[in-house]
Design a protein around this ligand. Sequence first.
Ligand code: SF4
Length: 165
Amino acid sequence: MIETRADCSRCHALCCVVPPFDAVQGFAEDKPAHQACRHLQADFRCSLHEDLPGHGYPGCAAYDCLGAGPQLLRRLPGPPWSAQADPRALFDAFLLQRRVHAQYALVDLALQRLPDDAEGVALKARLVQAAEAGASAIEVGLLEAASRRWLRSLSSRWAAPPSEA
Ligand code: SF4
């Protein structure tokens, strides 16, 4: 099963530490990758969460891990990143997990229009497998390329909406 909902109660705020913040992308300040946001509390909750845009963090409000955080921590249970001597492997795995979930969301959406498309169904199964078992950077890159190829091929197959008489 692949999780697609960001359930922060089952996560360790991976999105608040792993990616960099860039002031030009909707963050009040720059933050390097792998450094916890200064507003992150010890309980992995954000002290500004109730009004992120009002505090200059619309980028955080818009961010959606698409369930990558909880799915990864279900697959790799263990101490939170803050208790690990070297959490870089976990951080890298989060970024890969997020990329898999992003492709899954697109493929799943397209399959709602073409539920019997064999290539799409197979692609979705490969993405679920990658989300559940993990995938290397090369494998994720190949999955992204396959998703893009398949999604591009759909444009000629979408049924035109019925014209109004
Ligand atoms: S990574 Fe996802 S689940 Fe975890 S804190 Fe961030 S948004 Fe919530």
